[in-house]
Structure formats: structure tokens, C-alpha cells
Design a protein around this ligand. Structure first.
Ligand code: ASP
Length: 466
């Protein structure tokens, strides 16, 4: 018999149906056994009546989280048993036959509640069970809805989604790279991308003009609170634009996203307020100010743009380094100072960050698309000519091959979803999250590899502590 999804059962009153799913709850009342069944579409109650002897025998041995196929008749509940506002609250399945498709050991934790009281490491170890809970199902499914919305939005605006490599070369975004050893060229390494920054700029050179991507980024940072070694960005870039154009289209995307998928939420102010870095630091002591009027209201969204960031800051050893992104251009009025090496500390970048309720959810800039300007940025940071050539020769060459003015932005997608879902950390919106220490407890990664693999890669492990 064709399988019916649980959410559709009320269309089958007085008919015999087959459902497939998990046993959510089992209540044995001696002569009768009550069940709640669960599939991807919802839950419903079923009962084995005393006369269904075979079903009763199976019903006695099955347990929560077992996977079953159930044949039964959809009955209307008597008036006094109707639960009005509940899915399937007006019907009940009279169970005629239960077939066990898979047994389940008793889960290590409860999946009924929101799970926040359970030790997180335990949840991450058996993540496939933790993900069954309603809250996690919602988080992951809503994440999917947001993904689709964003894809549609950019596509309608004429952007092409283009994938860029994960095996690439170290880039200077500022964090430590994850490296992957090359087998064919022993002693050489790929780096996993910290972001698709250079590739997306090269796509502008390549004439795509409007690009976006859901990009996986990898940063080997000392794990602090709410960070993951790999995370997702909504990454976009466009040609022949100024700061205003990038801000406008992305603000439109965020507003439409909230209106479409989170209509219960209120955006505190549109157009989003803009605040300079200087003002933010003076007034709020932070470059990601929380502008909410009522911080207790979970449906209040206070977006703001932070602009006019300094281009350079001093390192501990007294050299200049970029504050955000070496590929950001100084603002047009400050380019002359850069080229003349004057008032470096006063040079402002055409960099913009987007902040939501006190969290930075994205950042981007108009780029230096002229090779002499980008070269000057590297020189200002004290890079020797040889180093510039070695590390950035490819992009400087591209910028001498017909590259349009361009700029873009990247959003921290996990954080955006987290805030929209009112979750306290990004692990709650990532299906298979790692711990704060960067471990995948379910797969037990990172892990050692065999000697053969090491030999092929020409790698010898030095263990000081052995
Ligand atoms: N690549 C930058 C980042 O990851 C974002 C951008 O400027 O587009 O922060």
C-alpha cells in the first residue's frame, strides 16, 4: 500500500492507510497500547485495540525510536478526545499491523524537549539522534528555506552561483590556514580557503560581473566560544559598482528575507542606520553596536551598517597591517595619501560591516582593482617586492588584464541563521557541528592516519611527548 505522510492523514478518514516512521512515545495500558508516531512531516497518535492480537504482540516489544511500518484505519476521535490546535488532533490511527523496519537501542538522551539541558558533547556524539528533536529539525529545515530564498534572490537579480576550489593556496585573510599535504609533490601543501576572496575577484576579471556562492570557509583559529573551524558564507561580488550599490542590494535581500520567512519579526529601522567606525567606538565602545531598543524582545531585529573603517592598524611589533582585508581599496579621497605614503593612520577603507543585534553578520568592501594601488597596500605593510610577486603575482597580473572596478560582501551564514532562529550559538544551526575545541565527536576527527598514508605523503610525525 502506498505510504501516506503523517501530515496528510486527516484526508484519509475511515480509510486504511500505511504510514512509516519512528515510534515517538509508547504508552502500554495493558489491554491497549497507545503510540505517537513521527515522520518528517509530523506526529500522530495510534492505538492497538485488544482484538488486534498480532499487532498487540508486536506492540508489546517495540520501543521508542524503533522504525516501523504501520497499517491502520484512520478514525475520527470522539468529540471529548479532540485536541483542536494540534496536528492530527481530531483523528487517531487504529493500528492493524506493525512491521519493525529497524530496532533502536535506548537513546543516551531524551529528544522530546529542546535538549538545551543536556550536555552538549553527548548531543554531538550521537548527533543523528539529537537532530531528530523538533527544535533541531526546525533549525535545519529553516536554514534550508533561507538558503533557497537567498539563492532565488540573487538569481533574480542576475547573479550566477559559481563554485570555487577548496584545494588552493594560502591567502592572507588573517587567520591560520588548514593545510593539505600533496602526495604527488611531496613537501608541498594546499591550503583550504579562508574565504573565496581572490577567486571571486578573479571571476570579476573573467567577466561574470555578478557572482554569489554558498561557500565553505576554513580558518584554523584558536577556538573561542562561538567559532567553528569550518563555516558557511554567503559570498557575493559585483563589477562596476560603488559602496552604495553593494549596500543597497544586500540590504534589500535582508529585508525581503525577513519579510518572507520571518514575518513575525520586526526590523527596527529601515533603511538600516549607518554609523562610522569612529562614532561606534566613541558611542558604544564597539564596532558592532547592539542598537535594539528592547533587548528582551526576541523578534526585534536591529540591523546597522558600520562604515569608514581605518585601512591600516599597527601590529604589536609596530608595523602596519590591514584591519579587515588587504584587497579593500582605500576610499577614493584617500588613495593619494596611500600612494604618497602620507598619514597612513588616517586612511579610510571602503569597507562596510553589517551588524545585527550586536553581532557582526557580514562584511565587505570595494576592492583595489588597479595593480599599482594593491601593490602600494602591500608595500605599506612592509612586504618586500619579491614576497609581493611570489604571493600575489597572479592577482596583480589579472589586475593588469582588464579588471573592472568591483566590490562585494560576505555574510556569516551560520550566524545569520542562528540570530533568526533565536539560538544562542551557531552549533545549534549546523547539522554536524564540531566542539569548541574543533573536534567532530561523532566521527572522532581529527584522527591519526596509517603509516602507509604518511609514507605516501612523505610525512614523519614528531611526537615530543612520546
Ligand atoms: N572575504 C571577506 C571575509 O571573509 C569578505 C569580503 O570582503 O567579501 O571576511
Amino acid at each position: 500500500m502506498e505510504r501516506i505522510y503523517i501530515k496528510d492523514l486527516s484526508e484519509h478518514i475511515d480509510k486504511e492507510v500505511t504510514i512509516k516512521g519512528w515510534i515517538d512515545v509508547r504508552r502500554d495500558q495493558g489491554k491497549m497500547i497507545f503510540f505517537d508516531f513521527r515522520d518528517m512531516s509530523g506526529k500522530m497518535q495510534g492505538v492497538v485495540l485488544p482484538n488486534a492480537t498480532e499487532a498487540l504482540a508486536v506492540g508489546e516489544k517495540v520501543r521508542p525510536e524503533w522504525v516501523v511500518e504501520v497499517k491502520g484505519k484512520v478514525n475520527k476521535r470522539p468529540d471529548n478526545a479532540v485536541q483542536k490546535d494540534k496536528l492530527n488532533g481530531e483523528i487517531e490511527l487504529e493500528i492493524l499491523e506493525i512491521t519493525v523496519l529497524n530496532e533502536a537501542q535506548t537513546p543516551a538522551f531524551d529528544i522530546e524537549g529542546d535538549g538545551k539541558e543536556i550536555n552538549e558533547e553527548v548531543r554531538l556524539r550521537d548527533r543523528y539522534i539529537d537532530l531528530r528533536r523538533e527544535r533541531m529539525q526546525k533549525n535545519i529545515r529553516n536554514r534550508h528555506e533561507i538558503t533557497h530564498f537567498v539563492r532565488d534572490f540573487y538569481k533574480k537579480e542576475g547573479f550566477a552561483e559559481i563554485e570555487t576550489p577548496n584545494l588552493t593556496k594560502a591567502t592572507p585573510e588573517g587567520a591560520r590556514d588548514y593545510v593539505v599535504p600533496s602526495r604527488l609533490e611531496q613537501g608541498k601543501f594546499y591550503a583550504l580557503p579562508q574565504s573565496p576572496q581572490q577567486y571571486k575577484q578573479l571571476l570579476m576579471t573573467a567577466g561574470f560581473e555578478k557572482y554569489f556562492q554558498f561557500a565553505r570557509c576554513f580558518r584554523d583559529e584558536d577556538t573561542r566560544g562561538d567559532r567553528q573551524p569550518e563555516f558557511t558564507q554567503i559570498d557575493m561580488e559585483m563589477s562596476f559598482v560603488e559602496q552604495e550599490d553593494v549596500i543597497a542590494i544586500n540590504e534589500k535581500m535582508l529585508i525581503e528575507l525577513v519579510k518572507t520567512l520571518y514575518p513575525e519579526k520586526q526590523i527596527q529601522e529601515t533603511p538600516f542606520p549607518r554609523i562610522t567606525y569612529k562614532e561606534a567606538m566613541e558611542k558604544y565602545g564597539s564596532d558592532r553596536p547592539d542598537l535594539r531598543k528592547d533587548k528582551n524582545n526576541p523578534d526585534e531585529l536591529a540591523f546597522c551598517w558600520v562604515i569608514d573603517f581605518p585601512m591600516f592598524e599597527k601590529t604589536d611589533s609596530g608595523e602596519w597591517t590591514f584591519t579587515h582585508n588587504p584587497f579593500s581599496s582605500p576610499q577614493p579621497a584617500h588613495i593619494l595619501n596611500l600612494m604618497n605614503g602620507e598619514k597612513i593612520e588616517d586612511i579610510l577603507a571602503s569597507q562596510y560591516d553589517i551588524v545585527l543585534n550586536g553581532s557582526e553578520i557580514g562584511g565587505g568592501s570595494i576592492r583595489s582593482h588597479k595593480p599599482e594601488i594593491l601593490t602600494k597596500v602591500f608595500e605599506t605593510m612592509g612586504y618586500a617586492t619579491e614576497k609581493i610577486k611570489e604571493n600575489f603575482g597572479h592577482i596583480l597580473k589579472a589586475f593588469s588584464s582588464g579588471t573592472p572596478p568591483h566590490g562585494g560582501i560576505a555574510f556569516g551564514f551560520d550566524r545569520l541563521v542562528m540570530l533568526l532562529q533565536n539560538e544562542p550559538n551557531i552549533r545549534e544551526v549546523i547539522a554536524f557541528a564540531k566542539t569548541g575545541e574543533g573536534k567532530d565527536l561523532m566521527m572522532d576527527a581529527p584522527a591519526e592516519v596509517g603509516q602507509k598514508q604518511l609514507d605516501e605523503l612523505g610525512i614523519k610525525i614528531l611526537k615530543d611527548n612520546k
